[in-house]
Every structure is written in structure tokens, then in C-alpha cells.
Design a protein around this ligand. Structure first.
Ligand code: G4P
Length: 511
């Protein structure tokens, strides 16, 4: 297969949702269709590892599939599908936002009973700002939930989407009979048997067909006809260009747990979802079909495999091919680097690959050369932009709880900061270290990982600040600035890059 065909067959996307809407379940069913896993429950079992402490449970629950297996790839109908996993919990939102820089489209999962929730709103807003094509999957139709039209209204009002349903539910909860697939013009009857992963569909042609009564009953047939008439009257016809430019969002209904409506979603997805899209760098727009490699690091993760204490930098390939042992330019360091064992991801496993194409993610073993946002090229000075970095809102002093292990502690802190888990500040006044995070759960993750991955122990102390302001004077030698530093010394710190940070507080006493 040629380079252009390889690009055209790739679909790299993320599934986003508020926690518990069914993202993991849907991911698992998609993997089942791709033959990437053999049985339902495989992803879930991996996700929740039972342990003694409940705090750790929560971290592992988040880490499970979400962090440890960040990329899930499989082949379906000759399409190479790369799912980039995104943690749902708000405290991990920064990780999710960064991952969204590497996707070409997203599927948003909504719980039929809960509708649009807080995390969905935030994540969808980011996608809309970047015109990322969105498909919505309304999940848990086997349960009693909200009226389909109400939900469609809510998607428009709360998320600012312009929706068009491509399937429509027949009943719901106890009365859930199945789904009319507007896109394929057929009916899919619900049997409630999750083991059947290929559903029987009844081709229907026109909805006026009197067979409908025999299949779903007179009342349901009447309601469905009315509903579809309303759909036709109210919502615009599906327009692929509209979807691809982020102006229209198709909606599917189903039940991930029962593997119902998932095949329709996937079949439509591979047909309409974009292959790798062009990406804007600071210097220019880069097309996927350019011959030379360009790519950027969107995630770094250390110690994914406890047996091999290594660190992987995840690179999204934007253009060209990534080849094993070929030298590439690390633009920030202005240094050529070769990679003898780039990892590709298949299902939940990684394996060494010789060649990867635009849309693919390669995992590079990293000994500290990479930072999130770094660009690789074949020599061009190019910098991908738009990797978001968030201002921390939670701060705590970090103390070494085991003086014998300070080396391990500092190595661990250093590496976790490079992953973008949190930011480290050193106070100008007394040299004490302060960690700043976007979410409070991060402190637990850091403490846990320092202990289990680096053998170091830390404790925290309250640091009553909720905001940090980076100070960037036009002229750092200017007298006014020197005076500012002198007067405000108690409220100043340096971040890891040595940049000055100011805490905007008044009554504060250092300990
Ligand atoms: P998340 O990754 O978005 O956080 O959600 P996840 O897939 O873990 O699903 C959250 C809960 O919703 C799970 O139940 C899951 O089984 C359930 N669920 C997912 N899809 C459906 C569906 O179509 N119908 C129904 N009725 N439930 C669904 P749980 O009790 O939290 O976990 P478990 O004990 O089932 O594993």
C-alpha cells in the first residue's frame, strides 16, 4: 500500500465524556469489533485493580486504561483506527486537553439520563474552538432516560453544537425496542444480549412500509413515524463537509454495555471521520501528505511498565513517515536523534515498528530529552503550537519524608514535572519547594508514584495560594523591576525553567 493510501486509511480520534457516561465501555466494544480484544470485560478488568486503600483505587481507576495504555490501535474494515485515551476526571483535564491536540476527531459520550455534564461542556468547548469534527453517542438507552428531543436541544444549547441525528431510538429503558438508523435506513432490534456483538439489522427502505407495525408494534411504529417526521422537519440533513469543518455534529443513540448501536457508530465513523488533518505550526501549515517527517510530543509517561523503568514520549506523526534508526531533528535541542526501538501500539500492547504513518502515534524511549510540545523534523526548523499549558490552582509545600532517599525524590519530582503532572516552584525567600497542580487529586498521584516508582517518600504542607502569575519584564535590569523584586521577595518564586513567578497575596507568612 502506498503512502497516500496509508494516510487515507487512518482515523485517529479521542473519546471524551464526563466520568461514568460509558467511555471505557464504548472503547472496549470498539476494540471487540476490531478483534483487538477477545472478550468483554478485558479493558474493565485492567481498569479497576482492587487494592487495599480506596485512594489508590481512585488513582488506579484513572490510571488503569487511561494512563497506562494511552493509545489503542486496531484495524476495522481495512481502516487503521487509533484511539487516544483521555482521562475523564476533571483533575486530569490537562492531560486530556493535551491529548486533544493530537486527535483528528472526537466521539463525545453522553449518558441518556444525565444529559450534558460539566466535564463534557469543558471538553467540547475545546474541540469546538479548534473545529475538531465531533460525533455524539448518547449512551445507556437500555435505561430510563431523558426524552431524545430534549437531549438534542440540550446539546445545542449547552454545548453550542448544531446537531443532526443519524439514528433514532424506538422507546427507551423498559420499552426500548431498538434503533432506527437514519443514515443506513434500517432498523436494529434490541435483544438485550450483550454477547451478540454483531446485531441483526432489518433493512427498511421507507419508514412508511407497513411491515414496521409487525416488527415493533402499532404504537411504537406510530411514535417512530412521528418522531422521524419531526427530525426531518427540525434538523438539517447530514452534511459531511459541515461535520468535517466542525459546523455540524451527527448524533447516534445506543447502549455501549449491550453493544447496541456501536456497529452503526463505527461503520459511519470510518466512512465520515477525517484521515489525518493538516496541522498548523508556528511557521506554516503542514499537510499530512508531505514527504518529510514532522511530529510533536503530546504526552510523556514514565514507568508505564513496572518491570522496565523507562519513560516514553508519545509522538503524533503529522506528516511523512517515521522510520526506525533514521536520524531526525529534535528542533528545540537542534540535535539529530535516532531511535532504535520506536513503539507502536496495537490493542493495549506495544511493539517495535519499522515504519509509522501520519495519524499514528509512536512511543519513543526517552532519557530526559523530551518535553511536551517538542517537535521532530527531518531538518526543518518547525515548531508545532497550541499545546496548552495550564496555570496551577492548587499549591502545596513538598517535603522529603525520607532523607536517605533525597536523590530518588528529586529525580522523581523532576521526571513527573516533565510529564506535565504538575509544576515545581522554588521560593526566592528560602529555597523551599512548592508543587502546583491543576487538580487536587494530582497530589495523591505524585505521592503515590514517588513512592512506588522512585522509592521516595514525601509529605505536603498547605501553601495558601490559588494563583501564580508569571513575571516577564521587558527589561530585567531596569530599576523599577529590581525594586519590585526587592519589595516583593516574599511573594516570588522561580519555576523549573528559571522564570519568575509572583503570588498575588497579601497576608502571608512563610514557614
Ligand atoms: P467512563 O469510562 O466514562 O467513566 O464510564 P464506564 O465505561 O466505566 O461506565 C460507567 C458505568 O456505566 C459502568 O457501570 C458501566 O457498566 C455502565 N454503562 C456503560 N454503558 C452502559 C449502557 O449502555 N447501559 C447501562 N445500563 N450501563 C452502562 P459501573 O456499575 O460503574 O461499573 P461495572 O461494575 O459495570 O464495571
Amino acid at each position: 500500500m502506498g503512502f497516500i493510501e496509508e494516510i487515507a486509511r487512518r482515523r485517529t480520534f479521542g473519546i471524551i465524556s464526563h466520568p461514568d457516561a460509558g467511555k471505557t465501555t464504548l472503547t472496549e466494544k470498539l476494540l471487540l469489533f476490531g478483534g483487538a480484544i477477545q472478550e468483554a470485560g478485558a479493558v474493565k478488568n485492567n481498569k479497576i485493580k482492587k487494592t487495599a486503600t480506596s485512594d489508590f483505587m481512585e488513582i488506579e481507576r484513572q490510571r488503569g486504561i487511561s494512563v497506562a495504555t494511552s493509545v489503542l490501535a486496531f484495524i476495522y474494515k481495512d481502516k487503521k483506527i487509533n484511539i487516544l485515551d483521555t482521562p475523564g476526571h476533571k483533575d486530569f483535564a490537562e492531560d486530556t486537553f493535551r491529548t486533544l491536540t493530537a486527535v483528528d476527531s472526537v466521539i463525545v459520550v453522553i449518558d441518556v439520563a444525565k444529559g450534558v455534564e460539566e466535564q463534557t461542556e469543558k471538553l467540547v468547548e475545546v474541540c469546538r474552538m479548534r473545529n475538531i469534527p465531533i460525533i455524539v453517542f448518547i449512551n445507556k438507552l437500555d435505561r430510563e432516560g431523558r426524552d431524545a428531543f430534549d437531549l438534542l436541544d440540550e446539546l445545542e444549547q449547552k454545548l453550542g453544537l448544531s446537531v443532526t441525528p443519524l439514528s433514532f431510538p424506538i422507546g427507551m429503558g423498559y420499552d426500548f425496542k431498538g434503533i432506527y438508523n437514519i443514515y443506513e435506513k434500517n432498523i436494529n432490534l434490541f435483544s438485550g444480549d450483550s454477547k451478540k456483538n454483531i446485531e441483526e439489522t432489518i433493512a427498511f427502505g421507507t419508514i412508511e412500509n407497513q411491515e414496521l407495525e409487525n416488527i415493533i408494534g402499532t404504537k411504537a411504529a406510530e411514535t417512530l413515524r412521528e418522531d422521524l417526521e419531526l427530525v426531518n422537519g427540525v434538523y438539517p440533513k447530514f452534511n459531511k463537509e459541515g461535520y468535517l469543518s466542525g459546523k455540524q455534529q451527527p448524533v447516534f443513540f445506543g447502549s455501549a454495555l449491550n453493544n447496541f448501536g456501536v456497529r452503526e457508530l463505527l461503520d459511519c465513523f470510518i466512512e465520515i471521520a477525517p484521515s489525518p488533518r493538516p496541522k498548523m505550526a508556528e511557521e506554516r501549515l503542514v499537510e499530512a501528505n508531505e514527504a518529510e517527517l514532522t511530529g510533536f510530543v503530546f504526552k510523556i509517561h514514565a514507568n508505564m511498565d513496572p518491570k522496565h523503568r523507562d519513560r516514553l514520549a508519545f509522538v503524533k506523526i503529522v506528516s511523512g513517515t517515521f522510520e526506525r534508526n533514521k536520524p531526525y531533528l529534535h528542533v528545540r535541542h537542534n540535535k539529530k536523534m535516532k531511535f532504535s526501538s520506536p513503539n507502536a501500539f496495537f490493542a493495549a500492547k506495544k511493539q517495535i515498528v519499522d515504519i509509522s504513518y501520519p495519524g499514528d502515534i509512536v512511543g519513543l524511549h526517552d532519557t530526559g530529552s523530551f518535553k511536551i510540545g517538542d517537535t521532530l523534523t527531518e531538518g526543518e526548523q518547525l515548531n508545532y503550537k497550541g499545546i496548552p499549558s495550564f496555570s496551577p490552582e492548587h499549591f502545596r509545600y513538598i517535603n522529603n519524608a525520607d532523607p536517605m532517599k533525597s536523590k530518588q525524590l528529586y529525580k522523581g519530582i523532576d521526571q513527573l514535572m516533565d510529564e506535565g503532572v504538575a509544576q515545581l516552584f522554588t521560593l526566592e525567600m528560602n529555597g523551599r519547594k512548592v508543587i502546583g497542580t491543576v487538580g487536587a487529586l494530582q497530589f495523591e498521584v505524585i505521592q503515590y508514584r514517588l513512592e512506588h516508582e522512585y522509592g521516595a517518600k514525601c509529605t505536603y504542607e498547605n501553601f495558601p495560594v490559588h494563583k501564580a502569575c508569571w513575571v516577564e519584564p521587558e527589561d530585567s535590569k531596569n530599576e523599577e523591576f529590581s525594586e519590585f523584586k526587592r519589595v516583593k521577595q516574599r511573594f516570588l518564586a522561580k519555576d523549573k525553567r528559571g522564570q519568575l513567578v509572583f503570588w498575588p497575596i497579601h497576608n502571608f507568612h512563610y514557614r
